[in-house]
Design a protein around this ligand. Structure first.
Ligand SMILES: Cc1cc2nc3c(=O)[nH]c(=O)nc-3n(C[C@H](O)[C@H](O)[C@H](O)COP(=O)(O)OP(=O)(O)OC[C@H]3O[C@@H](n4cnc5c(N)ncnc54)[C@H](O)[C@@H]3O)c2cc1C
Length: 458
C-alpha cells in the first residue's frame, strides 16, 4: 500500500503524542491538522498545563491514584468511565514520556495537582495566556521531534471521511483526495464546538453555554467514524467550569477565574432562586447541571461576606476570584439583606432557599465530604451571575484498552484508533468525573501507537 503507515487526524497533544511514539517505533506518519497557522489554536495549546490524574501527583503509586480515580468516578460498571482505571496505571509513564520528549515541568503551587505544571507556567492572572507558555512550548517541541523522526504535519488540511477497503479502514479523505494508510488515528479534540451534537447530548441551549476552549472540536471524528460503524459512549458529560456570565464579552474573565470553589461551599441557584444540583460535587459537575437547564443564563452563585473574604480570596490556585473578578470588570451584586439581594436579582424563591441552606435542609441533597457548605449569614450578601463554561466533551468514540475504535457490538474496527478528547470511556458518568484531559490525551495516544507497533506496522 502506498502512503504513510499512519494518518493522524488532529495535531493536538493526543495526535502529536501518538505520531511521535509511532514514528519513534519505525512507522511513517502523516498528521493532518485543520488549523492553518504553525501555532494553530487547539485546547492542548491554550491549556492551563496542570498534568495530573484525578488531581494526584503523577509519580504516586498507581494504587493511590487509582483510589482517587475510583472516588471521582463513584463506583465501577458505568461504560462512561469503564476505562478510567487505566489512567492511574499510566500516570508515571505519561510523565516520563513527556520529559523524555523534552517537556519541562515546574511545581506550580502547594496543591498536589499543581506538582507537575508545564513550564513556563501561565501567569497568575485572568484571561487567556498561552503564547510561549508550557503547553504551547510542549506542542512546538513535539512538532519538531516529529519532523526529526521523519513524520509530516500538514496544516490547513482537515480530514473529512474515512476510506474503507475490505472491511478495514485504509485511509482518509480530504479535499485534496484520498490519502491511504494502514492505520488511522482520530484525535480531533471532541465535539464541544458542534452545536447540533451539544444540543443532542449536553444542553438544550448550546448558544448560551460559554465556549471555554479553542473552538476546534467540531465532532468531525465522531461523524467520520460513525459512518463506518463506530459506537460512542458517555456523550452526556463535558469538562468545564462555572464562569461569571460577564465572561461573554470580557476576555479577562475566561478561562480563569472560575466560580467553582466559591459555589462549592455556598449556593448555586436557578433564575427563580432555587437550588437545582449538588454543589458539593464540585465545579465540573455544577457546570454540567447548569448547562442542562432551560435557561442556563439565569443562574447565580449566592454567598456572604465570609465566603468572599475566605473562599473567594483563596489564591492557592490563582487567580483568586476576590479581587480578580471585580478588578477585571465582572459584576458582583451586593445587598445588606438577603431580601434585598433577592429583589435585585429578581429571584422570588431566594429568601427561602437561603433559609433552608442555613438550616441544613438541602433538596436536592448536598455532598459534604469534599466541600463542606458554609452558611450564608454574614452581611453584606453577594451574588455573581454564572455561566456554564464548556471546555471539552468527555464522551466520544468507544475504544478498548488499546485505543482501538469499537463498533456497536464492541468489536474493534480494523485499522481505526481514537485518542484524547475524541475518545470516550474514561471520564464523565453521573458525577461528571474529571480525571485530567492532558494525561488522558497522552495516555491514549501512547496506547494507540503501541498497539499499532505491536500489530507489526514498523
Ligand atoms: C483553557 C483550558 C485549560 C485547560 N487546562 C487543563 C489543565 O490544566 N490540565 C489538563 O489536564 N487539561 C486541561 N485542559 C484540557 C486539555 O487541554 C485537553 O483535554 C487536551 O489538550 C485535549 O487534547 P486533544 O489532542 O485531544 O485535543 P486538541 O488539543 O483540541 O487537538 C485537536 C486538534 O484536532 C484538530 N482537528 C479538529 N478537527 C479536525 C479534522 N477534521 N481534521 C484534522 N484536524 C482536526 C483541531 O484543529 C485541533 O488542533 C484545558 C483546556 C482548556 C481549553
Amino acid at each position: 500500500m502506498s502512503g504513510p503507515d499512519l494518518i493522524v487526524a488532529g495535531g493536538g497533544l493526543a495526535g502529536l503524542t501518538a505520531a511521535n511514539r509511532a514514528a519513534g517505533g519505525g512507522l511513517s506518519v502523516l498528521v493532518l491538522e485543520r488549523g492553518r497557522e504553525p501555532d494553530y489554536f487547539c485546547n492542548s495549546r491554550i491549556a492551563g498545563g496542570l498534568l495530573h490524574v484525578a488531581f494526584r501527583d503523577m509519580t504516586r503509586p498507581a494504587a493511590e491514584i487509582g483510589a482517587s480515580v475510583a472516588e471521582a468516578v463513584g463506583g465501577a460498571g458505568d461504560p462512561a468511565t469503564a476505562l478510567a482505571p487505566l489512567l492511574a496505571g499510566d500516570a508515571g509513564k505519561v510523565l516520563a514520556w513527556l520529559r523524555a520528549e523534552g517537556g519541562a515541568f515546574v511545581r506550580g503551587g502547594a496543591p498536589e495537582f499543581m506538582r507537575w505544571v508545564m513550564a513556563p507556567p501561565r501567569r497568575r492572572r485572568g484571561g487567556l495566556d498561552w503564547k510561549g507558555r508550557g503547553p504551547d512550548a510542549l506542542l512546538r517541541r513535539l512538532t519538531r521531534n516529529l519532523a526529526s523522526r521523519g513524520g509530516k504535519l500538514r496544516l490547513g488540511c482537515p480530514a473529512e471521511a474515512l476510506a474503507v477497503e475490505e472491511g478495514r479502514v485504509a485511509g482518509v479523505q480530504t479535499t485534496a483526495g484520498t490519502e491511504r494508510a494502514r492505520f488511522v488515528l482520530i484525535a480531533d479534540g471532541g465535539f464541544q464546538d458542534n452545536p447540533d451534537l451539544v444540543r443532542r447530548h449536553l444542553s438544550p441551549q448550546p448558544e448560551r453555554l460559554f465556549r471555554r476552549g479553542a473552538g476546534a472540536g467540531r465532532g468531525d471524528g465522531i461523524a467520520m467514524a460513525a459512518a463506518v460503524g463506530a459506537a460512542t459512549v458517555g456523550m452526556d458529560r463535558f469538562y468545564g467550569h462555572l464562569l461569571g456570565l460577564d465572561a461573554f464579552g470580557n476576555e479577562k474573565l475566561w478561562p480563569y477565574p472560575t466560580l467553582d470553589s466559591l459555589a462549592a461551599v455556598s449556593l448555586l441557584v436557578d433564575g427563580a432562586g432555587r437550588r437545582f444540583c449538588d454543589e458539593g460535587l464540585g465545579g465540573v459537575f455544577m457546570a454540567n447541571e447548569l448547562a442542562r437547564l432551560e435557561d442556563p443564563e439565569g443562574a447565580a452563585v449566592v454567598f456572604d461576606d465570609r465566603h468572599w473574604r475566605e473562599d473567594a480570596a483563596d489564591n492557592r490556585y490563582p487567580p483568586a476570584l476576590n479581587p480578580s473578578f471585580p478588578a477585571a470588570g465582572g459584576h458582583v451584586f451586593e445587598a445588606p439583606t438577603v431580601e434585598r439581594l433577592a429583589e435585585e436579582l429578581a429571584m422570588p424563591a431566594l429568601v427561602e432557599t437561603v433559609a433552608m441552606h442555613n438550616d441544613g435542609r438541602h433538596e436536592p441533597a448536598r455532598t459534604a465530604s469534599r466541600f463542606p457548605a458554609k452558611p450564608v449569614a454574614e452581611p453584606p450578601f453577594r451574588a455573581i451571575r454564572a455561566a456554564a463554561g464548556i471546555t471539552y466533551s468527555m464522551g466520544g468514540l468507544a475504544i478498548d484498552r488499546e485505543a482501538r475504535v469499537l463498533d456497536g457490538e464492541a468489536r474493534p474496527i480494523p485499522g481505526l484508533f481514537a485518542a484524547g478528547s475524541a475518545a470516550g470511556g474514561m471520564e464523565g458518568g453521573p458525577r461528571a468525573a474529571y480525571l485530567g484531559g492532558l494525561a488522558k490525551a497522552v495516555a491514549t495516544g501512547l496506547r494507540a501507537a503501541e498497539a499499532m507497533l505491536a500489530e507489526g506496522g514498523g
